[in-house]
Design a protein around this ligand. Structure first.
Ligand code: IVH
Length: 693
């Protein structure tokens, strides 16, 4: 479809089904008219393919029942008719007859030959992409683009000169021709203005940022962009020529379209054939070659990176074109073969949220099954939470699904005209749907950092200062490990070789070069992993990241059971009894240990500490309980607790009658006041450190 002011008036399908009764016919007429109006308001009600099919049925029904009132729809004088504009075209801008089956293509080709007079054969055919954008004509004088206009009703269209000259201009349609043949050239070039899939994403971002609803697909974005004279943002646009006339353009009887395209390219215009691989650019002979090219282009469609809705077959010989002429509105020497539509409308039933292996939240639209580009789609990945809220996509909405070239279908926008009155705005989550912890929403890609929710989270926690305290394994490295699949558990860290660490991909530099961890960092990581094997059992337990366990619980479990084996053998009741942990936490611990059983075995095999060493030494702090508040010289909050416990004491976080002493330099804290109240001695941190030493 390539009409800017209305759904495209392609040649109608003669086989369209006639409506059985007048009521259905009248309803369809109203629907066509509504769709036309909505389309002009940039809120299309249905895909162009559905519109074409509906309109074809109205036209076929009107032909079968001339007495039924079609309000002018089939003769295109109703509100939906393509409208002309201020710029009168030098010759009519034609449309194309269309086909959807190989049989129709064969019939077309047979017709070309049969129409040959005096045994003249039609000669080879060019097979081009049918770009899905907006037809325009551009007039040049002395090498300068002086006027551009849309197709309009084919006879005249709206001017778009300013729109095409602003910003960066249009790729493939220079404002001034600078090639040797282009300087001073006067003539007219016609072709398709379009947006690549990447440009479409940019255009929609710009538009949403400007507070307007997103476009359903690149075609709507192209025509909507042209119509929006007041837009405050620039949008990348491209052009490909399919017709040219003027100075030096071959016209003689034996000239070909291919030669005219050569001339267009020499002038500096982009052409449709340049968008295809070299081997597909040459004209084709015979039905098999033509059908082969149609199929090859269809197979390439997902990787082209720009929207096409079909292939166009055209006689290459200008003599053949002249001889065959045209029927109303479309030439006899060309045919558009239409592929499956790339845009569809369906209902958004749910927005599913999942946590990926990097801890990143994934958002997926659950849709009523709908066929797009020949595939039935029920689930579609959505970019991120802000993207959904900015577009105001609501559960229950009718939404546009566009299958971009990259094969990944996308929900692009909601059909606001069809929004149910009770549709509630979607509320983005603030907490992880899996663990309930608050989400990290500091970047567009929201994440949950809970170790048990993702691989990256688990690795990050394992290496953190409170757990195994391994240098060089930060968040970015953990995400890279999870993304590359190099690590699926903390035990995998110890399997990786120095070379694997060094080659770990860490994205790209500003200049686009691939970044890796590198040998120096890799050596540091491997050294850190080796050193982690000497870390005490409580840190290994903590590092497993079992839900509802942390530093303290790690220490309690290590000192109570003395070994990983004893801990794994403990019953839920035994676990629950430790420091009043309670059954819920105890159950989490038992479940976590069972789930991580294989990982723990592998960690043990790698030489991680699995027992609390009995050094046989006296335990001078046995029976004593210390509360440490604030820094103690030479210790972190974890190592001070570990040291107290290694000497037989207990490290507690709250002051009570059982507290032996409070270690703090502060006198005006709640803990200090409570200690004073209970008559509990306060020890200066430096003195305490000296005592421990
Ligand atoms: S030729 C005389 N070639 O399709 C034929 N059209 O339905 C004029 N289109 O309005 C058109 N790619 O906007 C031609 N390679 C191509 C095309 C193409 C897209 C559009 C064009 C035209 C519509 C015809």
């Amino acid at each position: 479809m390539s009409q800017s002011t209305a759904h495209a008036p392609t040649t109608t399908d003669p086989a369209a089904e006639v409506f059985a009764d007048q009521a259905s016919f009248t309803a369809a007429v109203a629907q066509v008219q509504e769709a036309e109006i909505a389309y002009r308001l940039e809120q299309p009600l249905m895909p162009d393919s559905a519109f074409d099919a509906l309109k074809d049925r109205v036209i076929a029904t009107k032909a079968a029942h001339p007495g039924w009132d079609d309000e002018g729809v089939s003769t295109q004088v109703a509100s939906g008719a393509p409208v002309g504009g201020e710029v009168r075209h030098s010759s009519p801008m034609l449309s194309l007859a269309k086909a959807t089956t190989a049989e129709e293509v064969r019939t077309f080709l047979a017709g070309l030959s049969a129409d040959g007079q005096d045994g003249q054969e039609p000669g080879p055919l060019v097979v081009e992409v049918k770009l899905d954008g907006c037809a325009i004509s551009a007039v040049y004088q002395d090498g300068v683009l002086v006027q551009a206009a849309q197709r309009g009703d084919g006879t005249s269209g709206d001017p778009v000169t300013e729109q095409l000259l602003r910003g960066q201009g249009v790729a493939g349609l220079p404002a001034r021709l600078t090639t040797p043949s282009g300087a001073g050239w006067s003539g007219e070039v016609r072709g398709e203005l379009f947006m690549s899939d990447a440009d479409f994403e940019v255009a929609n971002e710009m538009r949403v940022a400007a507070g307007r609803p997103a476009f359903a697909n690149p075609r709507n974005a192209t025509s909507g962009t042209l119509r929006n004279l007041n837009r405050t943002y620039e949008v990348p646009l491209s052009f490909a020529a399919y017709d040219i006339s003027g100075d030096g353009i071959p016209e003689q009887e034996n000239a070909t379209y291919s030669e005219r395209l050569d001339a267009a390219e020499a002038l500096g215009f982009a052409t449709g054939r340049q968008l295809l691989p070299e081997e597909l650019r040459a004209p084709r002979e015979g039905a098999e070659q033509v059908l082969g090219a149609i199929e090859t282009i269809e197979a390439l469609r997902p990787t082209l990176g720009f929207p096409i809705d079909g292939a166009v077959l055209k006689a290459d010989s200008l003599a053949t074109r002249r001889r065959l002429g045209q029927r109303t509105g479309s030439p006899r020497w060309a045919l558009a073969y239409k592929y499956a539509p790339d845009t569809a409308v369906t209902t958004l039933r749910e927005i599913e949220i999942s946590v990926g292996r990097t801890g990143r939240l994934g958002f997926r639209a659950v849709l009523d099954p709908v066929s797009v580009g020949g595939t039935t789609i029920t689930h579609v990945t959505m970019h991120n939470a802000p993207w959904i809220t900015e577009r105001d996509l609501r559960v229950g909405d009718e939404v546009w699904v566009y299958r971009a070239g990259d094969v990944i279908p996308r929900v692009t926008s909601a059909n606001l005209a069809a929004r149910p009155a009770d549709a509630e705005a979607w509320v983005a989550p603030t907490h992880c749907p899996q663990c309930g912890e608050e989400l990290d929403t500091t970047s567009l890609l929201w994440r949950c950092h809970t170790p048990s929710c993702s691989i990256a989270g688990a690795l990050d926690y394992w290496a953190s200062p409170d757990a195994l305290d391994i240098d060089g394994i930060g968040d970015a490295v953990c995400v890279a490990l999870a993304e590359s699949g190099l690590a699926t558990s903390v035990a995998d860290l110890y399997d990786l070789t120095l070379e694997q660490w060094a080659a770990l991909p860490l994205g790209v530099t500003k200049t686009g070069a691939a970044r890796t961890l590198g040998e120096l960092n890799a050596a540091k990581v491997v050294e850190g992993l080796e050193a982690s094997k000497a870390q005490p059992l409580n840190r290994v337990i903590t590092g497993l990241g079992i839900r509802m366990t942390g530093r303290s619980v790690g220490r309690w479990l290590a000192s109570r059971f003395g070994s990983m084996d004893a801990l794994r053998a403990a019953s839920v009741e035994e676990l629950a009894a430790i420091n009043k942990l309670g059954t819920i936490k105890a159950q989490h611990i038992a479940d976590g240990l069972a789930r991580l059983s294989e990982v723990i075995d592998r960690l043990a095999a790698h030489g991680l500490t699995m027992t609390v060493p009995d050094d046989g030494a006296d335990k001078p702090l046995a029976g004593k309980t210390y509360v440490v508040s604030g820094a103690v010289p030479g210790y972190t909050r974890t190592t001070i607790a570990e040291r107290i416990e290694a000497l037989g004491g207990t490290a507690s976080s709250s002051v009570s009658a059982k507290t032996t002493a409070l270690v703090t330099a502060e006198s005006d804290t709640a803990k200090a006041r409570k200690a004073a109240q209970l008559g509990i001695p306060v020890i200066d941190p430096a003195t305490f450190a000296a005592t421990l030493a």
